[in-house]
Design a protein around this ligand. Structure first.
Ligand SMILES: CC(C)(COP(=O)(O)OP(=O)(O)OC[C@H]1O[C@@H](n2cnc3c(N)ncnc32)[C@H](O)[C@@H]1OP(=O)(O)O)[C@@H](O)C(=O)NCCC(=O)NCCS
Length: 197
């Protein structure tokens, strides 16, 4: 499947998830400027102002648009509906079509907004996009056993714990284990009809 032209956005009670657009630049730069110092090892390092340039944002959009056009990676900003603030991101990454029809779910909420239920709410929307709009069959999330908040999000979503995937990713100069969580279209009430295009 290539170049999905659907309007890829989803509204929830409090949030809107959608791809970033050029007019989001100031919102994006402000979100990174407002970050508290990293709160744990999975919390991305704060960016310095010199990196939050319009050029950098345009480059980011270009990459994201190219990956989306190739049906290989879908990035979504998480926007709060009441004030429009960008509060994080949720991603459907490393899409495998063919007999897999699989994506990896990635999520991050900016640290000043943690524990408001935003990751859970945004990921629920991303799962709907994955199964309904992108016609994926399976979504997986790999979480460090020590990342308690992320494990809670995976459980909140109703993803199934499938086991420990050993030496799964290279991070901080070593191979680390991840707990693999997953769900299929059937688990989320979507009828899946396989067709290999
Ligand atoms: C993981 C992350 C996305 C969660 O975002 P969030 O918006 O705070 O998530 P939610 O509010 O939807 O849910 C968090 C849950 O974890 C719980 N939690 C938070 N810290 C916890 C801890 N140290 N131990 C146990 N539970 C914890 C919260 O109480 C909440 O539980 P609830 O649903 O029962 O209320 C956010 O912490 C983050 O961006 N971390 C850095 C990046 C990251 O780790 N991404 C995931 C990589 S797999």
């Amino acid at each position: 499947m290539k170049s999905i032209q659907l309007p890829l956005f989803k509204k929830t009670a409090r949030l809107l998830i959608r791809p970033l657009e050029l007019h989001d630049y100031e919102n994006w730069a402000q979100a990174y400027s407002n970050l508290l110092p990293p709160q744990n090892e999975w919390d991305e390092t704060s960016w310095v102002d010199s990196e939050l340039t319009l050029k950098k944002f345009k480059d980011l959009l270009k990459t994201q648009n190219q990956l989306r056009a190739k049906d290989s990676y879908y990035h979504f900003g998480i926007f709060r509906k009441d004030d429009g603030m960008l509060v994080g991101e949720v991603n459907l990454m490393d899409i495998s079509r063919g007999i897999f029809q699989n994506a990896y779910l990635g999520y991050r909420v900016f640290n000043i907004y943690w524990n408001n239920g935003y990751a859970t709410e945004a990921c629920e929307a991303a799962l709907k996009i994955a199964f309904k709009d992108l016609k994926l069959h399976r979504v997986e999330a790999g979480v460090s056993p020590a990342n308690k908040a992320s494990i809670k999000v995976a459980k909140n979503l109703g993803l199934r714990k499938e086991g420990l995937s050993q030496r799964r990713v290279y991070s901080n100069k070593k191979w680390v284990d991840l707990i693999l969580f997953a769900g299929t279209a059937e688990d989320f009430g979507f009828k899946y009809r396989f067709s290999q295009k």
